[in-house]
Design a protein around this ligand. Structure first.
Ligand code: SF4
Length: 339
């Protein structure tokens, strides 16, 4: 049994929406909305990694931030199972409750260069969540920071150094140590390796996997790179213009995609095989504008298989095979190319 089916949801997101108002004119009247996240429902089981993938501008980062309430969702529920087994709706917590929850839900950011305060030492950066959550102070706090540094593979003697003294990979390790400092259950990782060299990416991904085993962590892992997503995820959700268009276990999604957008993403992923290059699907155009999406299926202007109905009717989200969901009128008929 894999991790996805072996446990219960830690995070259960229902119909989440994030609409940014478009203000126009002198009076700043609301003339429309950018529907960055539009009615997204998904769950992440305890101890698993759900990869959230899509092109830049598809809404995946906004979704991750709404889950953590780093930005306020417009509508929807974000149910989270706390350490004491109670379930709270993160979207409804007040400020005090939210601060209390921060111990259990943490974020790792994309850019290890800008996410660390250059004026703070590593001791202060990693120690800050320990201090603010009143987990430890003084000598005990320092010992905890040293322990976290060795857990993420950094030398303890560098405790009093500032971020500029570290490489990109080391800075991301510091970011990971800070995220771990308050013993979280869920980590939202937003493109955590995309700013790093390929060789360093593999090290950080392996570190995240080791930490997941050791601390029974659950990851919502946001990335645009399919090879990264394949490496780390138990299940994958594919996002397009604010909506999830396909979701399945990783091997199933990569070998038997049911949505043409997933097929195109897979075909565009870099491969060493020159024959593969010749069979690439070149997606025409850009991700549709979430302020003015196309009619029917949002993907139809770029889809190789679109038919009349695709322009007229939005496809229904349905289970095509066990635990394999897609939103495409022809998902049951297509034999699409996998990885
Ligand atoms: Fe393509 Fe139509 Fe399926 Fe949309 S519904 S992905 S346009 S075939």
């Amino acid at each position: 049994m894999n991790k996805a089916t072996a446990s219960r949801p830690l995070l259960d997101v229902k119909s989440l929406k994030k609409y940014f108002p478009i203000e126009a004119g002198f009076l700043k009247r609301v003339s429309g909305f950018v529907k960055a996240v539009d009615d997204v429902s998904l769950y992440v089981n305890e101890g698993e990694t759900l990869g959230l993938v899509g092109e830049s501008g598809c809404g995946k980062t906004t979704f991750g931030r709404c889950v953590l309430r780093a930005i306020e969702p417009t509508e929807g529920q974000v149910y989270f199972r706390r350490s004491d087994d109670t379930v709270v709706d993160i979207a409804r917590l007040d400020k005090v409750e939210l601060k209390e929850l921060r111990k259990e839900v943490q974020m790792i950011f994309q850019d290890p260069y800008s996410s660390l305060d250059p004026r703070m030492t590593i001791l202060n950066i990693v120690g800050e969540p320990i201090k603010s959550n009143k987990i430890a102070a003084g000598k005990e706090l320092e010992e905890r920071v040293k322990e976290l540094m060795s857990v993420v593979g950094l030398e303890v003697k560098h405790l009093k150094r500032y971020p500029h003294a570290f490489s990109g990979g080391q800075r991301q390790r510091i970011g990971i140590a800070r995220a771990l400092a308050a013993n979280p259950k869920l980590i939202v990782a937003d493109e955590p390796v995309s700013a790093l060299d390929v060789s360093v990416q593999a090290q950080i991904l392996n570190l995240l996997q080791d930490l997941q085993q050791e601390y029974h962590l659950t990851y919502l892992f946001v990335a645009h790179d399919l090879s990264v997503i394949e490496h780390i995820s138990d299940r994958v959700a594919v996002m397009y213009v604010g909506k999830i268009v396909e979701m399945a276990e990783t091997a199933e999604l990569f070998s038997h995609p049911k949505h043409p957008y997933t097929e195109a993403l897979l075909s565009a992923a870099p491969q060493p095989d020159p024959e593969h290059k010749m069979n690439r699907i070149i997606l025409p155009g850009e991700v549709a504008n979430p302020a003015d999406p196309p009619s029917g299926c949002y993907f139809h202007p770029r889809c190789l298989y679109d038919k009349k109905i695709c322009r007229r009717e939005a496809p229904v989200w349905e289970e095509i095979a066990p635990d394999h969901f897609a939103a495409c009128h022809f998902a049951r008929e297509f034999e699409l190319r996998g990885d």
